[in-house]
Design a protein around this ligand. Structure first.
Ligand code: UDP
Length: 266
């Protein structure tokens, strides 16, 4: 495997499946199975899931309500989704912990970085709920920030499109996909990968992003095994160099050691 620690970002909207609102049970189980498969390989997995299938802060403004209140409602929506994913994973026998950016102590632990790192080391899937716990941010920002904090090798942004395109492929059939691209090119070309705050955090901290189609079976597994799918965003465009420099990436000699120890355990 290529990475030993990843942060997977899932949008809340993707959880709706074909529904107009809320959580689609089949989609939820499908995501849980994908996550379980990589966790069983020994990859340390952190997950941030959005809340757009339930509520977004901007909706509150549209109703004439207070934006900040709306953002907290959005954060609570992400906790609902996180609890659903936690439950689905545990149904499959995968140990998890839910750490929240807002204190909701009956249902989740508060976010404490060292605790998150410890859970990851112990092989528990760590789900970060409630974003970063502050209004005017998004779960993309939470994904970038938490990935940097827990020293993940890469942010894997699971979407319904299989990468970053020259134009919106759902509107422009002539659009082509970039297999890889630099942070600067994304900005120059004004491509929509993440919101600017989240994207800048990744750029400034040299944290690679891979945008990929999460709805295609085994894509997550393929990615952690080093297959080139989706679009990889890095600092220099030299993927091997940029990704290998990250702490959560296994160096060739570590890869050999981890394979040897897995074989011993088997
Ligand atoms: N949110 C927030 N701070 C955060 C994370 C989320 O205020 O750190 C709120 C914000 O209102 C956002 C909503 O929670 O619209 C749901 O998250 P997001 O829109 O990122 O979900 P997604 O689009 O990924 O489903």
């Amino acid at each position: 495997m290529k990475y030993n620690r990843i942060l997977l970002k899932l949008s809340g909207e993707a959880l709706m499946g074909k529904q107009q609102y809320g959580i689609d049970a089949d989609r939820l189980m499908q995501y849980a199975q994908e996550v379980r498969a990589v966790a069983e390989l020994g990859v340390q997995v952190a997950v941030v899931i959005g809340g757009g299938n339930i509520f977004r802060g901007v909706q509150a403004e549209a109703f004439g309500l207070d934006r900040v209140q709306g953002d907290y409602m959005g954060m609570l929506a992400t906790v609902i989704n996180s609890m659903a994913l936690q439950s689905a994973l545990e149904k499959l026998g995968t140990p998890t912990r839910l750490l929240s950016g807002l204190t909701i102590q009956r249902v989740c632990e508060p976010y404490i970085r060292r605790r998150a790192m410890r859970h990851l080391e112990k092989g528990r899937v760590v789900i970060f709920g409630a974003g970063i716990g502050s209004p005017y941010f998004t779960t993309d920002s939470a994904a970038s920030l938490r990935a940097i904090e827990v020293e993940a090798a890469v942010v894997l942004k699971g979407t319904r499109v299989d990468g970053i395109y020259t134009a919106d492929p759902e509107k422009d059939p002539s659009a082509t996909r970039f297999p890889q691209i630099t942070f600067d090119e994304v900005m120059e070309k004004n491509l929509n990968v993440m919101d600017m705050t989240a994207f800048t955090l990744c750029k400034e901290n040299n944290l690679p992003i891979i945008v990929f189609d999460m709805n295609k079976k085994d894509n997550l597994l393929k990615l952690v095994n080093g297959e080139q799918i989706g679009t990889l965003v890095t600092m220099t465009g030299d993927a091997e160099h940029d990704v290998a420099a990250k702490p959560g990436t296994l160096l060739p000699e570590q890869k050999r050691a981890s394979t040897a120890s897995a074989e011993q355990q088997a």
